[in-house]
Design a protein around this ligand. Sequence first.
Ligand SMILES: *Cc1c(COP(=O)(O)O)cnc(C)c1O
Length: 375
Amino acid sequence: MDKIAMVDLKTQYKRLKPTIDQAMQEVIDTTAFINGPAVQAFQTELANYLGVKHVIACANGTDALQVALMALGLQAGDEVITSTFTFIATVEVIALLGLKPVLVDVDPHTFTLLPHEVEAAITPKTKAIIPVHLFGQGADMNALMFIAQKHKLAVVEDTAQAIGTTYQVAGKPHALGTIGDIGTTSFFPSKNLGCFGDGGACFTNDDALAHKIKMVINHGSQKKYYHELVGVNSRLDTLQAAVLKVKLTHLDDFISRRQQAADFYDQAFSDHSQLQIPKRAANSDHTFHQYTLRVANGRRDALQDYLTANEIPCMVYYPVALHQQEAFATYKKDLNSLPNAELLCKEVLSLPMHTELTHEQLVYITQTVLAFFNE
Ligand SMILES: *Cc1c(COP(=O)(O)O)cnc(C)c1O
């Protein structure tokens, strides 16, 4: 059996090597490294895949979030409500722009924002909500959009972990990231659609926002050397776009491979008294960026040590909720205890999840997990 990886990018590359190498070589031959034709082509193809009017690529998923907030024209002191149980990037950009992050608790089963907690956190200064589609499934977008419309708030969907996940709005399927005002994603290599370096994108159906985002990522400029607003430099380079163009044609297959691995894990663990398998959220598919168990009775760390000793990599996403991070200590006085997220930090454990897991590896992983509890 091959050594198990948390994410196996090497085997995936070997399978796709001829087409990816050819696509990269074409970029190198033309030396159109910045804004080459593959960038526009990829944006168009991803827009078609997602069923959204505009895809604007940028340098990474953190930039995509920052640029989205800049394009919305938020002002210093405006409050932005988001989840305390996410990757730091979501909250970092809020603070970086001089906005105020308001962190709220998550559902302990789906790991996504609790709509009633969001509504309770709204003040006259609140301007936006950032739902995070954590681990591959959707936050409760129907409830969150209802709240946002009622209070006239913008919605930026952090779709870094859920590209290609389908969500039902009024019985109709929508791609996550295309429901709010702006969706953002990351093409970090280990994400479900990953490139060979850094990359990201914003999605929107709003022409005016798309126009603004394009200016923001291009130094606040539409016409070279004329700058209408303070922007940033954030581009997806042509080599990354060429890789992503190939990989996008495999995204549905990547997703179904992840779902098959998740089904295998589910079957092995669903009746276990000390393990809680990931609960599926209403109205959402799950594309399993992570397969995250909850481990009861304070045994999470011991299980992690046991798996590691048996050469099974596993990770805690996330060990510290963001309202307890030192970087956000200045907001501390406003941040109450958020019990669900704090409990999850003690109980969650993510197992190896990627597109190349073999039956043999899945058998070994599940049997080793079960053996831990039988010792
Ligand atoms: C990965 C990730 C990001 C940031 O993406 P980068 O491309 O690494 O900047 C933002 N939000 C979430 C939830 C992520 O998982």
